[in-house]
Design a protein around this ligand. Structure first.
Ligand code: SAM
Ligand code: DTB
Ligand code: SF4
Length: 346
C-alpha cells in the first residue's frame, strides 16, 4: 500500500512517536520493500560551478554571496567521461552531474545529451541536476537516456520564501511534473538545518509524500554551512531529529530510495549507522559533493564492512514493491515477537 494521500497530522504522529517505536516501524517497512543490507552509491560531479543567478540561502554557488568559490564554465565532455570512469572504478553505480544554473541554456543541450549518452555507455546510471526544466528540455534529456533528474523541494512551502526568493515552490513542482511526464525517474528531497521548525520538516515530507507519484529517490541533506552564505551561522541540528526525518520519510514513502546526502562529513559512523537503520539506503560517494567535502571512499568502504553492508547495482528495492500489507506480520516482526516472548519466559 503506497499512499499519496497522507495528512500532515498523520505524518506528525509518525514523526513524534517515541524514538524506538519510530525506528522499529521504519526498519519493518524498510525490510518489506528493500534489501535490508544493501546501499546504493552515487557519485557527484559539478559540471558548471558558481555564478548562479538564484539566491538559495544555503548555497555556496549563488553568485550574490561571496564564498570564495572558483567559478568554472561548463566542463568538457571528455573531462566528465574521465571522472565518470574513475567513479565507476571506485565503486559508484550512478553518476550525478550538477550545474549551477537557474535552468540549462539551450546552447548547452547538445553537450549535456552527449554527456548523458557517453556516461551511460560506461555502464553507469545517469542523473543530472541543472535547475528548472521545461517540457522540451525534459523530453530531450529523457530521449538522450537520462535515468534520473534531481530537483529538490528543499523545505516546507511555508519556510521556502525565507530561503529562496528567485523561484517559487510552484516552479519546483512544475519541473518535477515535467521530469515525470518525460518518463525520467524523479530524485527530490530537501535540506535540514535551515533554521526550520519541526513543522517545516513535516511540511517538506508531506509535500514529497503527496506528489502524484513518490520520488524514486529522496535525498535528505544536512546543511553544509559555508562561510559567506546567509546560513553560515544556522543553528546546529539535533542529530536525532535528522534520524527522525529519515525514518519518517522511509515510512511515508516506503518504496523510495532514501539518500543520506550532504552533511556526512560531520556525522559519526554511529550516526550514519542509525540513519541506515532508519531506512536510508543510498549515499553520495567520493571525496567531494559538488563544491564541498565528503568522506573518502575508503572510509565509506570501511564503514560498509563494519556494518556488513554491500553496495547494490541499481536500486536496492525488492520487486514487486507494492505488495506490503501494513496489517500482515512480516517474518521479521514475527521473529521480534518470538524473541520478546522468550525474554518474558526467562
Ligand atoms: N542549481 C540546481 C538546482 O538548485 O536545482 C542544481 C544544483 S543544487 C546545488 C542541488 C541541491 O544541492 C540543492 O537543491 C540543495 O538541496 C543542495 N545543496 C546546495 N547547497 C547545499 C549545502 N550547503 N548544504 C546541503 N545541501 C546543499
Ligand atoms: C542533493 O540533494 N544533494 C547534492 C545533489 N542533490 C546535487 C548536492 C549537495 C551539495 C552540497 C554543497 C556543495 O557541495 O556544493
Ligand atoms: Fe543555484 Fe542550485 Fe545553488 Fe540555488 S542551489 S544557488 S539554483 S546552484
Amino acid at each position: 500500500m503506497i499512499r499519496t494521500d497522507w495528512t500532515r497530522d498523520e505524518i506528525q504522529a509518525i514523526y513524534e512517536q517515541p524514538f524506538m517505536d519510530l525506528l522499529l516501524q521504519a526498519q519493518t517497512v524498510h525490510r518489506a520493500y528493500h534489501n535490508e543490507n544493501q546501499v546504493q552509491v552515487s557519485q557527484l560531479m559539478s559540471i558548471k560551478t558558481g555564478a548562479c543567478p538564484e539566491d538559495c540561502a544555503y548555497c555556496p554557488q549563488a553568485g550574490i554571496y561571496d564564498t570564495g568559490l572558483d567559478k568554472e564554465k561548463l566542463a568538457a565532455i571528455e573531462a566528465v567521461v574521465e571522472q565518470a570512469k574513475a567513479a565507476k572504478a571506485s565503486g559508484a553505480t550512478r553518476f550525478c552531474m550538477g550545474a549551477a544554473w537557474r535552468e540549462p541554456p539551450s546552447k548547452a543541450m547538445p553537450v549535456l545529451t552527449a554527456m548523458v549518452s557517453q556516461v551511460k555507455a560506461l555502464g553507469l546510471e545517469t542523473c543530472m541536476t541543472l535547475g528548472m526544466l521545461d517540457n522540451q528540455q525534459a523530453t530531450t534529456l529523457a530521449q538522450a537516456g537520462l535515468d534520473y533528474y534531481n530537483h529538490n523541494l528543499d523545505t516546507s512551502p511555508e519556510h521556502y520564501g525565507n530561503i529562496i526568493t528567485t523561484r517559487t515552490y510552484g516552479d519546483r513542482l512544475e519541473t518535477l511534473a515535467q521530469v515525470r511526464n518525460a518518463g525520467m525517474k524523479v530524485c527530490s528531497g530537501g535540506i535540514l538545518g535551515l533554521d526550520e521548525t519541526q513543522g517545516d520538516r513535516i511540511g517538506l515530507l508531506h509535500s514529497l509524500a503527496t506528489l502524484p507519484q513518490h520520488p524514486d529517490s529522496v535525498p535528505i541533506n544536512q546543511l553544509v554551512k559555508v562561510a559567506g552564505t546567509p546560513l553560515e551561522d544556522a543553528e546546529d541540528l539535533d542529530p536525532l531529529d535528522f534520524v527522525r526525518v529519515i525514518a519518517t520519510a522511509r515510512i511515508v514513502m516506503p518504496a523510495s530510495v532514501v539518500r543520506l546526502s550532504a552533511g556526512r562529513e560531520v556525522m559519526s559512523d554511529e550516526m550514519q549507522a542509525l540513519c541506515f537503520m532508519a531506512g536510508a539506503n543510498s549515499l553520495f560517494y567520493g571525496e567531494k559533493l559538488l563544491t564541498t567535502a565528503n568522506p573518502e571512499a575508503e572510509a565509506d568502504q570501511a564503514l560498509f564492512k563494519r556494518l556488513g553492508v554491500t553496495t547494490s547495482h541499481g536500486d536496492p528495492t525488492k520487486a514487486p514493491v507494492n505488495t506490503y500489507q501494513p496489517s500482515a506480520q512480516s517474518a521479521w516482526e514475527k521473529q521480534v515477537e518470538a524473541l520478546a516472548k522468550d525474554a518474558m519466559v526467562q
